[in-house]
Design a protein around this ligand. Structure first.
Ligand SMILES: [Ca+2]
Ligand SMILES: [Ca+2]
Length: 627
């Protein structure tokens, strides 16, 4: 316990107006409550509220009688400003506002009493719930600071660090926001997009480089540079009305060091709270049977960087905090899926428990973790898997880096038995490792990687090959913003080069590539090519319920596609050969059975499925199969 002098020091700050998320009555010193409110009717009736207030540990808390709600217990943090309240909430409880009264403990009676409200809300009913993302959706990843500035008035919204927007600085904020995304939903739908994954949009009020959003300082608040919580809710609701879906990017591994939880950390919330120990980033140590235990520990418990301290998910309070936090966001914003950041650096046992807790309350909720590792076998150790020792994994899918890297090779190296397009064939042949490869998020680039147009050295035939594979293979495809206009972003200059502003997203831009008139002929060709593939995929049951078949790279041509009874099929044919190739349709009999004609979805050209097809050198043919 702290000396009384320390306690009295805290009381000095008691009646100074302070930041609080709740609409607080006068004299309410509470700075944070987590969760900020809660919902009635989760199958787990238990709730732990963290109270952050000056001297919070020196109080007893009492719940004013409220039918259906019991205060089970309360504990004081070792940190003087932290207390924990445990409620049990019966599913029959009526929505409303609880009142919790705080009275100083014996021996510190000089501390003033106070009370604070805590709101319990009704959950939305099942018919109002967002539809989960699925393979026949087309997802689009937006880096919110760099897509479109729909509201210049929030560019320099007041924050503790008062960082000023500066479009001339690569790693400063540029002013992109939720309003900019809202204003381009027509554009996105026209492109054939129906799902968005936004890089994190919660408050990231960091002293340095907050533009990427991965150093969150308040998990329950949208960053004022992006908009408000209400704007986020409106965006999500508006998208649902349009048949679109929102995926949230979540980061249970670390906050920013400007987070109040780090500044007021109770014992055990963080690994290495008082010294900087950096992760060795050896994801392999999680599954390596020969791993050194010290390396394994350093991987999961070391900090990502100094400004992103590492949460200790094994701590019982953090255990509850992250379950409650991410149940809250699904219910609050009506989300359609989660992408989990830096999954291999999390406590793996805890994350399996966490995924189970989410899936118990939201059965079938899509979750894919970022697993930036180099093989399918390694990826399979993180998700629901058929791999010995990992069959108990609960995360449905991963971000499929193994396939992304295979597609890169397919588009940059000559195809042979083991190279080029054969790498895609071999990578997908390893899908036996996963419980469900359709739960993976597939992609060719993202905010951390060189952009695909630069990966293929601006070779349009290679770009089409890779994009066609992405948009016709298994899994849930995600396009990175700007792919449709061939935005460049070369490896080697740092990640800010993968995150350029979308031309036309700012009123002062000299060119607007959101409009066809602002695109070059090649950019327009790319846009139209992608639009055709997206629209073909969108809500097409072939990709959800069909049978996926791939064919090995005979004649250096890779083909893969889908068939489904009583429904048109698809065959995507990619040549990695330097000569024109003539292929017998007989080879594809297992997929063309029941179909008699083909139609090129880009050109409209059609013909009979008989004899042979001619595939020009390096060309890609995407053929719908018709009765
Ligand atoms: Ca703005
Ligand atoms: Ca960690």
């Amino acid at each position: 316990m702290k000396a009384l002098s320390t306690i009295l020091f805290f009381t000095a700050a008691f009646f100074v107006p302070i930041h609080s998320q709740a609409k607080s009555p006068a004299n309410n010193p509470v700075q944070h409550l987590t969760p900020v409110h809660w919902y009635i009717g989760f199958s787990n009736p238990e709730l732990e509220i963290i109270v952050h207030a000056p001297g919070a540990a020196y109080y007893n808390y009492k719940l004013k009688a409220y039918a259906g709600v019991q205060m089970k217990s309360q504990t004081s943090g070792a940190h003087p400003d932290i207390a924990y309240i445990h409620l049990t909430i019966d599913p029959t409880t009526q929505p409303g506002s609880l009142s919790i009264q705080a009275k100083a403990k014996t021996g510190v009676e000089r501390l003033p009493s106070f009370a604070f409200p805590y709101e319990l809300k009704a959950r939305r009913n099942a018919s109002q719930r967002a539809e989960a993302i699925k393979p026949s959706d087309v997802m689009y990843l937006i880096f919110p600071d760099r897509f479109a500035n729909g509201d210049p008035s929030n560019d320099n919204a007041t924050t503790r660090n008062n960082e000023q927007a500066d479009r001339g600085a690569l790693r400063a904020r540029h002013g992109g926001d939720l309003a900019g995304i809202s204003q381009h939903l027509d554009y996105l739908q026209n492109l054939g997009i129906n799902a968005l994954w936004l890089n994190p949009v919660q408050e990231s009020d960091q002293a340095d480089e907050s533009f990427h959003g991965y150093a969150i300082t308040d998990h329950y608040r949208i960053d004022p540079r992006f908009g408000s919580n209400q704007e986020y809710l409106s965006l999500c609701a508006n998208m649902i009305n349009r048949g679109m879906k929102m995926v949230m990017d979540i980061i249970p591994n670390h906050p920013g060091d400007g987070h109040w939880m780090y500044e007021h950390s109770d014992t055990g919330w963080f690994h290495f709270r008082d010294s900087f120990v950096r992760s060795n980033f050896r994801a392999q140590s999680n599954h390596d049977p020969h791993a050194d235990p010290h390396e394994r520990l350093l991987n999961t418990d070391g900090a990502f960087v100094k400004s992103m301290p590492d949460y200790n998910q094994a701590n019982p309070h953090m255990n509850r905090y992250f379950k409650q936090l991410y149940l809250w966001w699904i219910e609050y914003a009506n989300l359609a899926g989660y992408r989990i950041d830096t999954y291999p650096f999390l406590d793996q046992a805890y994350m399996n428990e966490w995924c189970s807790a989410i899936l118990k309350e939201f059965p079938g909720f899509p979750i894919f973790g970022e697993t930036w590792v180099m093989s399918a076998a390694q990826q399979a150790t993180y998700c629901q898997s058929k791999v010995m020792g990992y069959q108990g994994n609960t995360m449905p899918g991963v971000t499929d880096f193994a396939l992304a890297f295979a597609i890169h090779k397919a588009c940059t190296e000559p195809t042979n038995w083991n190279s080029g397009l054969s790498r895609v064939y071999q990578t997908l042949s390893e899908d036996f490792l996963y419980s469900n490869a359709q739960a993976h998020c597939t992609f060719v680039d993202n905010h951390d990687m060189a952009r695909f147009w630069s990966v293929v050295n601006e070779d349009f035939a290679a770009w089409k090959r890779g994009i066609s594979i992405l948009m016709t293979t298994r899994g849930m495809p995600c396009l990175y913003y700007g792919t449709e206009i061939l935005m460049p972003g070369k490896e080697g200059n740092g990640d800010a080069y993968y995150r350029f502003d979308f031309p036309g997203g700012w009123a002062s831009d000299s060119v607007n590539k959101f409009a066809a008139s602002g695109r070059s002929p090649l950019e327009q060709e790319a846009f139209a090519y992608l639009q055709t593939l997206n629209r073909y995929r969108l809500n097409n049951p072939l990709f959800d319920n069909g049978r996926f078949t791939q064919f090995s790279c005979d004649q250096n041509v890779y083909a893969a596609g889908w068939s489904l009874d009583q429904h048109p099929g698809l065959l995507n044919v990619c040549s990695g050969d330097t000569q024109e190739q003539t292929l017998s349709w007989n080879r594809f009999e297992s997929i063309t059975r029941g179909y008699s004609r083909w139609r090129n979805i880009h050109t409209g050209q059609s013909g009979l499925i008989q004899g042979s097809m001619v595939v020009p050198s390096q060309e890609t043919l995407t053929l719908e199969l018709l009765p």
